[in-house]
Write a protein that binds this ligand. Sequence first.
Ligand SMILES: [Zn+2]
Ligand SMILES: [Zn+2]
Length: 280
Amino acid sequence: MQTLKSLLAINSNYIAIALMVLFYSLEQILTTQFKFTKRPQHFFQSVLFQVTFYFVGILWATVTVFTISWLNQKGVGLFYLVQVPLWFKVVMGVLLYDFITYWFHRAAHRIPLIWRLHRVHHIDTSMDASSNFRGHPLEFIWFGISNITAAAIFGLDLFGLSVYFLVATPFFFMEHSNLKFPTWLDKTFGLVFTTPNLHKIHHEQDQHYTDSNYADILILWDKLFGSFKFKPVAEIKLGLKEFDTPKQQTYWYAMISPFVKMKPREIEAAVVPDKKEVAV
Ligand SMILES: [Zn+2]
Ligand SMILES: [Zn+2]
């Protein structure tokens, strides 16, 4: 627990910068999965997202810290009804924050207003680790509410939330990195965890696949709740069909894109993947 506390004492921005440098370098040295188009420009656009992410993050983190502390003071949530060891609460905290985020992410693909914000994360047609930063600042509110909801239902605290982000951040960078990952990783680690190849399926242009594999850490949630789909990574075309012109790939366009009207998305009647799709 002491090691964990020492890790949490590190500024999370330093962790993000270190991971960015690591994956950016690996993407330069190793074989990439997708061909890069205009990498320096792409990276510059991602940095603009990261700067926005930083400032909005401070604002929203203040709201989250205040609200979860207040809920904890009032003893709201299931963990306040039972006595459990700290380690158990920390492990369950990571799983349950991830569980509620899964449902909020899934709802973001279903609710038209939230999709307008969330689709900014899906616009990118040439993804690399810096794509992790790509998201609309207003979307923070949605996923902030997700964390507060998890804390309110289960009685989770800020320590659990910090551990969750400590575990999730390397996943976020790895899942978006433009590196070739072996298929055996999907057949082993991917039975339980979200691998980069499985998250790339979530970034496929075909909506049938965009609306799948929502989990951040545990792909298990998709497998349990019928939203898991599989497509070989070599066949994936990244992005969104309606947003793939060069102008639509810029930071400024992404910022105004929630206000751009697009034809409504189709809502699949039931997410029941066929046998071929689930056979990893
Ligand atoms: Zn999504
Ligand atoms: Zn993503």
